[in-house]
Design a protein around this ligand. Structure first.
Ligand code: ATR
Length: 278
């Protein structure tokens, strides 16, 4: 594709950003669809994030995906936001309107549910309790997605007070890590939304206390099979990985940027897996 003065540009902003898989996904879809467009990664220093967003108003870019640590700030920077972004308290998608305003959305919950649908066929999120491990931004997004899908949600966190705070606000139940086995009883879904793996720590929870039918998910996708998912598989549980969620949140983002759904004819998961191989 030749890049011209009228080529639509979109991207992803975060800090750090160089390991983002989003450019790979979006540019593969653009190439497959034969659409004009380019999608780039932008690493912005925290001190410059508000000025950066302000400078893009009016349509320099079609829009941006937003990743750590800016999802909360992105929501605040927007003039309008979707209900799901307000509920999550975070935006992973900003759309720059021609009138200079910014619209914030959050497609992470949609991505989470798409990952379950793809990798655990027949999974019904409303069929039983969903247990969310963690009480940070990622956990909040997952809790909102399951509440919106009609599930009872149980938040389990190392720091019980943080679980209580989140649970009180959203209308769900709170547990400490020492009560995890109680929360796991009759779980329909179990989602690891902690950052334990990112810090190299192994999350010590009694996975065997879940019923055999629990579908176990980890939001982390580096490595794709986290120790948490490997243990779940060893116990015979069905598992869902974080790459499915990443692709699931990217699809509606692509539509918001480029005005058409991404083509199904390119296997972006296979492309991403190649880059994740050690
Ligand atoms: P994010 O916004 O990405 O969710 P965060 O707000 O820093 O990140 O939240 C990280 C979550 O992972 C927290 O719930 C944290 O537990 P605490 O509230 O007790 O800090 C959880 N977490 C991080 N490392 C953990 C570990 N080694 N074991 C258990 N939970 C951990």
């Amino acid at each position: 594709m030749t890049i011209t003065g009228s080529t639509p540009v979109a991207g992803v902003v975060g800090w750090p950003i160089t390991h983002s898989l989003s450019p790979l996904l979006h540019n593969a879809w653009l190439a497959e669809a034969g659409l004009p467009g380019v999608y780039v990664a932008m690493g912005i220093d925290p001190a410059r994030f508000p000025a950066f967003i302000e400078s893009l108003r009016g349509g320099t870019l079609k829009g941006l995906n937003v990743t750590l640590p800016y999802k909360g700030q992105a929501l605040i920077a927007a003039h309008r936001a979707s209900r799901r972004a307000n509920l999550a308290g975070a935006a992973n998608l900003l759309v720059f309107q021609p009138d200079g305003t910014i619209f914030a959305d959050n497609t992470d919950g949609e991505g989470l549910m798409a990952a379950f649908a793809d990798q655990a066929p027949g999974f019904d999120p409303a069929a039983g309790p969903a247990v969310i491990l963690g009480a940070g931004g990622a956990a909040r997004g997952a809790a909102v997605a399951f509440l919106e899908a009609g599930a009872e949600v149980r938040v389990v966190n190392r720091t019980l007070s943080k679980a209580r705070e989140l649970a009180d606000e959203l209308g769900c139940l709170a547990y400490g890590l020492d009560q995890a086995a109680d929360a796991f009883t009759d779980a329909n879904a179990l989602v690891n939304a902690t950052s334990a793996a990112l810090g190299g720590a192994v999350l010590d929870v009694p996975l065997a206390a879940t019923p055999k039918t629990t579908v176990v998910m980890d939001m982390v996708y580096k490595p794709l099979m986290t120790p948490f998912l490997l243990e779940a598989q060893t116990l015979g549980r069905r598992t869902v990985d974080g790459l499915g969620m990443l692709i699931g949140q990217a699809k509606p983002s692509f539509t918001a940027f480029f005005g058409t759904e991404p083509p199904e004819t390119v296997d972006v998961r296979a492309l991403a897996l190649k880059t994740l191989e050690p």
